[in-house]
Design a protein around this ligand. Sequence first.
Ligand SMILES: [Zn+2]
Length: 230
Amino acid sequence: MVRIHPVLPAIVLLAQAVCPVSAQAQPYSSAEAVTCPGVAATVLEANASDLSDVCAGAASALAFLKTHGVTPTEPVAFEVTTRIPREAGPTAAGCYIEERRRVYLVPYTSFRKNKSWFNVPIDRRLYRALAAHEAAHAVSACNFKVPNPTIQAKEYLAYVTMFSVMPAELRAQALRSTKTQGFESLDRFTPLLYSFDPMRFGAEAYRHFSEVSDQTALIRDLLAGRVLRD
Ligand SMILES: [Zn+2]
């Protein structure tokens, strides 16, 4: 999930992902949605510009995860809507609802009203980053080997994916303007930090990840529930 303003110290507890068991079990009829060209993702209700950004964000996230051996079990299903499901909270710009296996994103025009994210003025590049973050949630949901992965495990991977696929200068700008300490231990990534300061959590996650020598092994351990567990 991506919250723009960390105003609510609430942790959204969502049920275990209902992962596909057959090709028929799609979150919505593919006839209603537009398939992203060359990417395992579909988008519902987006205008042309938003569609292009959502597809680009999904493509970059899927490519990043693939380099670490993580592949989608089904196309990522996006819906662009001004009505983000209530369980994501009032400040959410995007979320992945596991029971529905669907990503919800606000349209860019709504996202832009937040003015900034990571203290960077909002532009289309950040909208693509938002889509990448939620795509990472969708892909990882069905790749966890444990029934109830922790919020810190899910968000660590989503933020690491998002920062990794950002243009380098945008990433540098976002990291520079977010106060981070540089965690050496994964124990520092707590549900409390995520709840109170999701931006810092995200920036710390990327900083930590960028220092890890075997990133693929870390992601494998994370999905297996060996790290970032309760
Ligand atoms: Zn998230």
